[in-house]
Write a protein that binds this ligand. Structure first.
Ligand code: PNS
Length: 167
């Protein structure tokens, strides 16, 4: 059985992340979504617990996906899950520069954990959690960028005022 780990901060999970999770679930037998506990991001939009709950909810229709949180090094988490493979999405060249370095470091430091990359669907290439967070700072929701349950959570928490997009 081939298990892959999809790590990230997921603050919050976006439709781009969900597309990658679905596609990974079609390629691998099991996908473990790993939510980083100690994100260096200074002002997270959602707590770890909230991020995990929203991801579990968004993934509940995909049977071979599980969601866990992790702290410390990614390669240690990958080993603990019994996997030897990481998957990451690539939206643009800037992603590639960063991801290539991470993949190479993780492979060398772990003695063989591989990273596979999936190109983002072009319709999601401008979607990112950081853009969602930036707009949320001004109380503006981006309904096309996040799953429905995340949008609801943002409204329920009072982070954004309305789910309606301006004309
Ligand atoms: O969603 P993100 O923030 O782009 O995900 C980044 C993540 C979680 C993959 C990366 O920060 C990570 O692997 N952190 C765990 C700590 C670690 O293993 N660092 C070593 C790589 S230099």
């Amino acid at each position: 059985m081939k298990k892959v780990v999809y790590p990230g901060s997921f603050d919050p999970v976006t439709v781009g992340h969900m597309d990658l999770i679905r596609r990974a679930a079609g390629i691998f037998d099991q996908v473990v979504v790993g939510v980083l506990i100690n994100s260096e991001k200074k002002s997270p939009l959602f707590s770890l617990e909230e991020r995990v709950i929203m991801l579990k909810d968004a993934c509940k229709g995909i049977p071979n996906v599980s969601v866990e949180s992790f702290d410390g090094l990614l390669i240690d988490f990958v080993r603990a899950t019994g996997s030897d493979t990481i998957i990451r999405g690539l939206r643009e060249l800037m992603d590639f520069e960063m991801e290539l370095q991470l993949a190479q470091v993780n492979r060398v430091a772990s003695g063989g954990i591989e990273t596979v990359f999936l190109p983002t669907d072009p319709k999601f290439s401008n979607v990112s959690s950081s853009v969602v967070r930036e707009f949320a700072r001004y109380r503006v929701a981006l309904p096309d960028f996040v799953p429905e349950n995340v949008l609801q959570a943002m409204v329920n928490k009072g982070i954004v005022e309305s789910t309606k997009q301006e004309d």
